[in-house]
Design a protein around this ligand. Structure first.
Ligand SMILES: [Fe+2]
Length: 351
């Protein structure tokens, strides 16, 4: 959270705009309907104003809100307190605002099996809600994501490079999805809009990733400062070396302390494209959607157990699919993507 003018922590800050954003999230994205049960979970590091606003808007929609606030856990992806795990099993919609988010956990798996539609909005504060949901044209954002998914799933190879030295090649596995869509299905998982993810065939992922955006977790790194970069050497889809200065040393030690080889395995490539993210904040839910970025995730994923999950952001990647460049230095160049960015009103895509 970046306090720039001193009013952000107050209850009146963006209060009208927050109401519009939480209403959009519940009504248009999570499809919360009259009589449905909503659970909002939030840890003590989260922004209570957002939880409160969600409850108010749920009442306006005729739904039944329950808010659960609990102590901030030491890490993301830990099982939540037992009462929260039981509460989400009875919910039609669950919105998680906790900074130490609860995603690949047993509690969530059980709730999903029972049909709960889950929005994972880790650490979303008032400012982020307004910028990344309230002020964004969601149908156009989803159209852009659908087109990235279409391109990925109709291609066989992906090459990612960047001016800092990233060079990563892989064979695609036609498994791209847009988790930032609309909760039309029972048990849907909804992430903040502006994200498409895929995992190429693991054994084919080879090269080096030069991270210049942020790394989180661990908390000790976050947004990389100045010109610092961290280089990951990737062989057969796993990190085999971490190179660089002080941040690289912290990351290498942090990865090593778990003693878990699954934590070194690639979990996703993510294209980020939410126009409401103008800068990195240190909040992963936003930073992963920095417009034109790519986030590489390692460790736990839906069908893989690992000690935790960690994300690494390359700010301005160039991406080629089957040898055709669709993105150059963070800017989408494929004609259909360019036009969709233009219609979204993204800076740098105007005629
Ligand atoms: Fe991730």
């Amino acid at each position: 959270m970046n306090f720039t003018i001193g009013t952000e922590p107050t209850s009146s800050f963006y209060s009208f705009e927050l109401a519009a954003a939480t209403h959009k999230l519940l009504n248009d994205i999570m499809l919360l309907r009259r009589g449905e049960e909503l659970v909002v979970s939030i840890d003590t590091a989260g922004d209570w104003r957002v939880a409160q606003s969600l409850a108010e808007q749920a009442c306006i929609l005729g739904a039944i809100p329950t808010l659960i606030r609990y102590g901030t856990q030491p890490a993301a992806q830990m099982e939540p307190p037992k009462p929260l795990g039981l509460a989400i099993q009875g919910a039609d919609v669950w919105i998680d605002l906790s900074v130490q988010y609860i995603l690949y956990t047993e509690a969530r798996r059980k709730a999903t099996e029972l049909g709960c539609r889950h929005a994972c909005l880790a650490g979303m504060d008032v400012d982020a809600m307004v910028r990344t949901i309230g002020q964004v044209d969601y149908p156009k954002l989803i159209a852009l994501g659908d087109e990235i998914v279409r391109l990925l799933n109709s291609s066989n190879t992906i090459q990612v490079t960047c001016n800092r030295g990233t060079y990563l090649t892989a064979d695609l596995d036609k498994n791209a999805i847009q988790p930032g869509g609309i909760a039309t299905e029972r048990g849907a998982l909804i992430m903040l809009g502006g994200q498409v993810g895929c995992l190429p065939k693991e054994e084919t992922i080879e090269g080096r990733i030069v991270i210049d955006g942020s790394i989180w977790p661990p908390d000790d790194i976050g947004v990389l400062q100045g010109e610092e970069t961290v280089t990951l050497i990737i062989k057969k889809g796993s990190i085999v070396a971490v190179e660089g200065g002080s941040a690289a040393k912290v990351y290498r030690n942090w990865l090593g302390k778990f003693g878990d080889s699954n934590l070194y395995r690639m979990a996703h490539y993510v294209f980020g494209f939410n126009p409401g993210v103008p800068r990195l904040t240190g909040h992963i839910a936003e930073d992963e959607r920095y417009f034109g970025s790519m986030t590489f995730g390692f460790g736990a994923m839906a069908d893989r157990i690992a000690a935790t999950h960690t994300d690494c952001i390359v700010l301005f990647p160039s991406v080629s699919l089957d040898g055709i460049e669709i993105q150059k230095n963070g800017k989408y160049m494929h004609p259909s993507l360019y036009d969709l960015c233009k219609s979204l009103g993204v800076r740098g895509y105007q005629t």
